[in-house]
Design a protein around this ligand. Sequence first.
Ligand code: NAD
Length: 333
Amino acid sequence: MSVPSTIQQQINTLRQELNKHSYNYYVLDAPTIPDSEYDRLMRELETLEAQYPETITSDSPTQRVGGQALSQFAEFVHKQPMLSLNNAFSQEELNDFDRRIREKLNLDSIEYTAEPKIDGLAISLHYENGILVAAATRGDGTHGEDVTQNIRTIKIIPLRLQGDDYPAILEVRGEVYMPLAKFNAYNQQQKQKGERVFANPRNAAAGSLRQLDPRMTASRPLSMTCYGTGIIEGGTLPDKYSDIVACLKRWGLPTSAYFKVVQGAQGCWDYYEDLHKQRAKMPFDIDGVVYKVNSNKQRDIMGFISRAPRWALAHKMPAQEVMTELLAIDIQV
Ligand code: NAD
């Protein structure tokens, strides 16, 4: 079946739009539309591409992770790609995710972990013999920005791990973010000085971390929560992610106080409802919950699609943001 030209035209327009917004968001840290609108455009493109698979190209926004790295930073190549997450917007989509995993693993029930999806930016930390030697942004998933000097200014990130049972080479991944109270206080201060404010905590974190002068980053109140590992050499980690999180905590790395092991789709849903109720009182901005298959052996069987693992799901919460004041570019380039 050939693709009607009106459909191809619609697809091209959506791709152009999404690429433009992706650039504003990831490269400039200055989005011009709400995330919910971006998600809606992405869904529209995904639906059309699912109907007409022959239109899918490797450079389509549906196949790509994030944006490109800023050339002002040294490039950092991720040996293990930093991927995105598949999204769900309803309980039905969560149940579909669980059903696909149960069918593939041939199990009646799956053990998952659940944790908040903090709205910040993904960072990879590299420890060698317990010493922080490098840190990088996700970039396009393979090519990130080397932000080692800036990361070293964030006090919650240990420069040296505690204990002595960590792998010789350990890559830890997590989200750098600006706590809400600090974000509000920072914007208030900026307003009083008549200076630029950040559009939301996500842009505040990304704009603050991607400064060419680490002293600027040091002056911004950033924090981090770790949610996974990457390259491991010269040692092993437990099979279960929940046990790995316990190791990270023991080694002095910041982990989520909201992290929980849950059973099956119902356990995931209960966690989601509970966190949704707590959302307004949480000390940081979240845009959903992330569920992950707990066992790494099971994750290996599930594998990946081009831009996301099949064993994890970001269950989005309804948007809270209002795009009122937009930040002009806050990167010293
Ligand atoms: P994503 O934000 O949906 O999910 C992947 C990211 O989640 C990871 O890279 C990581 O940084 C983060 N994350 C937070 N907590 C996590 C946890 N506990 N475990 C694992 N990962 C965790 O995907 P994405 O590809 O980074 O970005 C897509 C989103 O960005 C869209 O949903 C859209 O809302 C937003 N966006 C908005 C615009 C805009 O113009 N407003 C443009 C581009 C993208």
